[in-house]
Structures are given as C-alpha cells and as structure tokens.
Design a protein around this ligand. Sequence first.
Ligand SMILES: [Zn+2]
Length: 122
Amino acid sequence: MIEFAYADEGQQWFEDVFAHHLEEARSRAFALIDEGVVADTGCIETPTIGARKVRFKGRQMPAYRFIFCILNQMVAGYEDVVRHRCDNRCCINPDHLELGSRGENLQDEREFDANGVDFTLL
Ligand SMILES: [Zn+2]
C-alpha cells in the first residue's frame, strides 16, 4: 500500500503565502488586530457576532486562524485547528491561540465546560 504524503490544499495555501505574500499577510493580520477591542480578560475581540472571517488570496477562514498562522508562520492543514485557550471564539489575540488537533479542541471544550477559563494562565 502506498501512503500519500501530499500537503493538503490548506497547507499548500499557507506555504504559498509565506513564500510570496508574507509582508502583505502580516499587514492584514496586524490591521485586523488593530480593529479589535481589548477586553478585561486580555482578549482582543472583533466587533462581530461570531468569529470574524477574513478573505485573502482566494481563501476565506476565521480571522483568528489567519492571524495565528501568519504571525507564527505556521502551516495549518485540514486536520489542524487553532484553539482558543480563552474559550472566546471572537478573540483574535495571538497570545490566546495555539495550534492543536480536532481531538484536543473537543477536550478543551469539555474542560472549559467543567472548570471555566483561568485567565491568569494566559
Ligand atoms: Zn482571548
């Protein structure tokens, strides 16, 4: 059996952006953060209902995913989720975000439901 190890479409998109459009992508990410409102928790919230979307180079995704991956130059594919350590889906503060798997994301949600968020850890 042959294993295919091709990057998925999302990964290829990030690799292309990092290689050819990094400065433009970074300015867009910083502009989105500038538009945000800083909450007491340190969260930077977009003034939208639900997670803000961003469109860049033919792809649309939640702003938090775009900001996190661009500023950390991290390639995220279909299986990768950007997790909110603060459990606030409108938050785009890169310090509150981290990359994980879908399984870890579900685990986060159960833990937040059970224990809430400890903002002193962020
Ligand atoms: Zn936050």
